[in-house]
Design a protein around this ligand. Sequence first.
Ligand code: GAR
Length: 211
Amino acid sequence: MSSERQFRLGVLGSGKGSNFVAIADACASGAVPAEVALVLSDVPDAGILTQARARNLPAQFIPPGQFRTKLDDETERLYVRALQEARVDLLVLAGFMRVLKGEFLRAFEGPIVNIHPSLLPSFPGLEAWKQALDHGVKVTGCTVHFVDAGVDSGPIIGQRPVPILDDDTPATLHERIQRAEHELYPACVAAIARGEITVQGRRVLWRKPSA
Ligand code: GAR
């Protein structure tokens, strides 16, 4: 058995957790050379917590505090402390529906990545698949990016295009985007865990062909 320390992931999510499942299963199969150290949610009955517990992975609900779209200061400290105690190397946002403020980004020392259901910089914010459909674009997709102090604005790690079909509804389009997400996100996390990417300003460079 190798004594080398595994790369440790912390995962934050508010929803059903399908991206978490894709990453956790890729860790379990060895496709992503990392382990899930901790899953945190701001929603007590979120599917992501159920999925984590079903895999015997540490999972915790931390009440979000008084705000709807962000965490209050004390709550941010609780999240950061839990992630630090779990010795997390990379924080993975997987459908976490609150903005992390500057204090969180400064207090958590490792990199933070997010998946967004559009080809950024198009359609940041909520229900990006619906925004794309309403706008009438023919191609949308998903983006994995580093998190900075803005909303869906950090350096882009990888993207996958997804065509929009004439008979798409918001639900069918989101489902197709999610299938692309489940391939893209584990590939990006694996590349980070392997130390295969570097950031030069806004550009993220891959040592091997990018996702
Ligand atoms: C994903 O489609 C993700 O792109 C989106 O939430 C969903 C979570 O699904 N995130 C955002 O919209 C962030 N702005 P999941 O819980 O099944 O992984």
